[in-house]
Structures are given as C-alpha cells and as structure tokens.
Design a protein around this ligand. Structure first.
Ligand SMILES: [Zn+2]
Ligand SMILES: [Zn+2]
Length: 201
C-alpha cells in the first residue's frame, strides 16, 4: 500500500473513530486529484458530489473525501446527490470531471469482515474492538486500486457554483442580518426565512 493513500492521524481525529470507510473516501479523493492533475483545494475551485445518501453506514466516506481533497462542506464544495451509491464525481472547472465508484466485488469481499457483524448488531464504530477495526482497515490498504474502483472520466459534466455575495440586510422583524439570496418579502418589507412564515425555502 502506498503511504500517501493512508489518511494522516488528523483525519481520523477529525472523523472521530477508526472505520474503514473514511480511509476509502480519502483514497478516492487522492486518486481523483491525481487523475485530474489538481492539488488539494485551498480555496473554492474543486467540487465533490458524493452519491451517498443517508441511513446507510458508508456515509463516513464523505469525511475522507473532504480530508484529502480540501473540498469541504464549510467551503460549499461538497454536495451529496442522495442516490444511495458508493460513488462520487470530482470536478474541476479547468481540468474536467471523473467519477469513482466502488466495485461490487470489492464491496462483497469487504462486507465479510467481523467489523460489519458488530455494525449490523448496532455497535458503534468507536465501541468495536480495535483489533476488528484495524483488521478491515489494513485489508483495505492492501487492495489494489483496480480491484476497488471503477473510474469513469465524464466529458459532458458541468456545474455552475452559486456566485458569492457579501450583500446583506436586516430582517424587519427580528433585526438579524440575512444574506440577500435568503431575504423574503412580507408586507413589502424584507424578512428572514423563519420570520417569513414559509415552511420551506
Ligand atoms: Zn466512520
Ligand atoms: Zn427575522
């Protein structure tokens, strides 16, 4: 296993426990960056669209993708599609897009580890014996990229991020500042969404 695909300790600290999915997402991000020829994102120029949904345990992959690529939720560079698939598209406006997905054969072999018996019984990853967690994590480190990932360059992929703006106004009801794209009008006055009475955006 190549060292650079193994997450640094800070990534495990950030994630909170030792599971095999965060490292898989980390490696996916690293490989996609190499494929596209991009560096870890410092600012706002690289986007990740994980196809992960919710209510399935593999969502931890998304933390690994954030750690390796620098495309984080806080910088609005990552957005889940909620397809419920173990895949993600990585996009750089100047370099193009590539989709990485986990191959079914890999997922099947992976699922046989004891770690998942604990998970299926509802044991949280931090409560699973370290030995069982390390066994599956180390096994993943030893697998080849080709066994794990399907790689698809996406020629037609396009995405326009929301344009940033510093414009804001005070809500006429609660007096708090609201950025302009979230302002609503009520009785001819600007209001925030909670004060507007709208249930949804
Ligand atoms: Zn995890
Ligand atoms: Zn308000």
């Amino acid at each position: 296993m190549i060292e650079k695909y193994i997450p640094p300790d800070w990534a495990f600290d950030f994630h909170g426990h030792r599971c095999p999915f965060m490292p898989i997402g980390y490696r996916m991000g690293k490989l996609a960056m190499e494929f596209l020829g991009v560096e870890r994102e410092k600012d706002h120029g690289f986007f990740v669209f994980p196809e992960i949904g919710e209510g399935h345990p593999q969502t931890c992959m998304v933390d690994g993708m954030q750690a390796s690529t620098g495309a984080t939720y806080g910088k609005v560079l990552i957005e889940k599609t909620h397809y419920g698939k173990l895949a993600a598209t990585f996009y750089h406006p100047k370099k193009g897009a590539v989709r990485y997905s986990l191959k079914p054969n890999f997922i099947d072999s992976f699922g046989k580890f004891k770690f998942f018996m604990f998970r299926k019984k509802g044991v949280e990853p931090s409560e699973i014996p370290q030995k069982a967690a390390d066994k599956v994590i180390n096994w993943v480190y030893e697998q080849t990229d080709d066994f794990m990932f399907k790689v698809e360059p996406l020629k037609e992929f396009n995405f326009l991020p929301v344009k940033g703006s510093f414009n804001k106004e005070k809500c006429s009801i609660c007096g708090e500042y609201v950025f302009e794209r979230y302002l609503r009008m009520k009785d001819g006055k600007p209001v925030c969404i909670p004060c507007s009475g709208y249930k949804k955006l």
